[in-house]
Design a protein around this ligand. Sequence first.
Ligand code: NDP
Length: 330
Amino acid sequence: MSEPFQAMILHREDKRTIPSIESIDESRLPDGEVVVDVAYSSLNYKDALAVTGKGKVVRSFPIVPGIDLAGTVVSSTDPSFRPGDPVLATGWGLGETTWGGFAQRARLKAGWLVPIPSRLDAKRAMAVGTAGLTAMLCVMRLEAAGLTAEQGPVVVTGAGGGVGSLAAAILAEGGYRVAAVTGRPELGDSLRALGVETIVPRSEMETTHRPLESQRWAGGIDAVGGRILARVLAETHYGGCVASCGLAASPEMTGTVLPFILRNVSLLGVESVVTPFETRREAWDRIARVLAPETLDRLTRSVSLSEVSKLAEEVLAGRVHGRIVVDPSG
Ligand code: NDP
């Protein structure tokens, strides 16, 4: 019988989501081949929706939220993992359909785990987390479609957030000229420190635009959707490509098809939840190679489980910059 451990559990009562921090034991954990001591999780946009109950993220209550986690294998019935192995997991329904990372211990399917690359530790792996994996998947998708640094500037929207900040940093490290769209001019210095060349005020991208605007961007990574994505497409070079991965502004997209049919622009969808293992491993290896530890540390703050609920409101209000790692033992 294992020692009890600390977990955040979401309950649903009278159509309200109620988070509570409880002491539970391993028998409560879902089935799986691998038990992991969770060193860190992270607070993503989707976690904020789950914890506040403001989005239909959680499919069955009670649940431990946290769509990603990193830590050490305690035991495994799968021969791919041994006690002591450093591992991480993102997506696969963690914190949505099965218990996630906001607990000191988790039990998961072996196929969901990726070894933590040797250049990262558990804390930095979660500084990257789902947001950074998604950012890297966007870059890989754009490059597979032919984008190179020589073609011109790449625009990143929602640049102050987790996906946006890490996308900007990855692109800049890869030699791309990066333009960052942000609604927070006060983040200018911080974004420039990541290698961003141009700050574009969000208000400029929200204004009504013509179906085709002057061609400014060789490519784009969009975390916000809505009018801003439509404008990015209208401003993309002939033959350019844009990766859409988020909806922080809106799930709708109000634009025309003219960028596609007159400029050969491509819109590429990116999801990180069920991305196959080999693609994940390639993305994590590249993340570990390109993102300097100091960059990750500068973008990250660490919080305890008791701080998560309040911060979730801040995330949804767009007031958080960079990444929040969650220490379930804190
Ligand atoms: P964050 O909350 O960290 O960042 C979102 C950023 O979007 C904010 O910091 C803000 O940037 C900008 N923003 C917020 N509200 C608005 C608005 N109304 N209009 C325009 N811009 C806005 O979230 P993440 O970076 O973690 O996630 C971003 C999006 O990507 C979310 O929609 C999330 O669900 C999605 N996502 C998708 C994944 C996938 O697999 N496809 C995986 C991970 C995330 P600023 O202040 O700089 O303008």
